[in-house]
Write a protein that binds this ligand. Structure first.
Ligand SMILES: [Zn+2]
Length: 247
């Protein structure tokens, strides 16, 4: 890796040895990285509040040859999300986002779209914490999409016809979406409203999506949460042993 300078979002930290921490970040240039912040637990250290989870930073890292760990050299805070830490529910939501990014992202693989999506969702939560649930659904759908796990929500997986707005769509046990005739009564039906919500995630920014979701009945919110929960559960159950793991 050598030298790396990039925008980064701190996802999680844990203690290493006496005075150091491992910092897990999603970066714009290198995807998910793990870096060691040496001396950051000493009273006087150069990192200050920069390593708080969900802080947006500019970081400079260095990896020496023959050394496994990347060393975090410099941090500059671009946006501290410290104000969000006061609300337990917000914190839980953010921790969930961080966990999923860590679960789904292969380390050291640049995915700038993912970085920008996570940043936009975080900003949307900061702007409107009450809309967190809708923003988390948006985040889940886009995470699945950007990591290549989201079924095609526009067309039937079998006949490739574009779904018509009034038509019932069915999700099969293979997680593919099919029209009524191709599904032959198999699979679980999605309500039209849920299908519309799924498509809205593809057209809108997270903040706008959340605002437009305020009038959606609670039942549809629940249906969407169950669906993403089901898809994520299936994928993580299938994938963990083959997924690239952090060193
Ligand atoms: Zn079809």
């Amino acid at each position: 890796m050598g030298f790396l300078e990039t925008e980064a979002l701190v996802l999680r930290t844990y203690n290493l040895a006496e005075a150091d921490k491992i910092v897990v970040c999603l970066t714009s240039a290198s995807g998910l990285i793990r870096a060691v912040a040496r001396g950051c637990r000493r009273l006087k250290n150069r990192f200050g509040a920069a390593l708080e989870p969900f802080t947006l930073l500019n970081i400079t890292c260095y990896q020496k040859e023959n050394q496994e760990l990347i060393s975090l050299r410099q941090t500059e805070i671009l946006k501290s999300n410290f104000s969000l830490a006061g609300n337990a529910e917000t914190l839980t939501g953010l921790a969930y986002m961080g966990d999923l990014v860590i679960e789904f992202s292969p380390p050291y693989q640049s995915n700038d779209k993912l970085f920008r999506m996570v940043k936009a969702c975080l900003n949307a939560i900061a702007q409107s914490p009450a809309d967190q649930q809708a923003i988390l659904r948006y985040f889940e759908i886009w995470l699945l999409k950007l990591e290549g796990f989201l079924p095609d929500i526009k067309r039937c997986a079998e006949c490739h016809e574009i779904f018509d707005n009034s038509e019932r769509v069915f999700i099969g046990s293979d997680l593919a979406l099919r029209c009524r005739s191709c599904s032959q009564g198999m699979g679980q039906p999605l309500s039209n409203k849920l299908h519309t919500q799924l498509r809205a995630t593809q057209k809108l920014a997270p903040y706008v999506f959340a605002q437009e979701s305020r009038d959606i009945p609670a039942k549809i919110h629940r249906e969407m949460a169950e669906l993403t929960h089901q898809i994520i559960g299936r994928i993580l159950e299938k994938q963990p042993r083959v997924r690239p793991t952090l060193q």
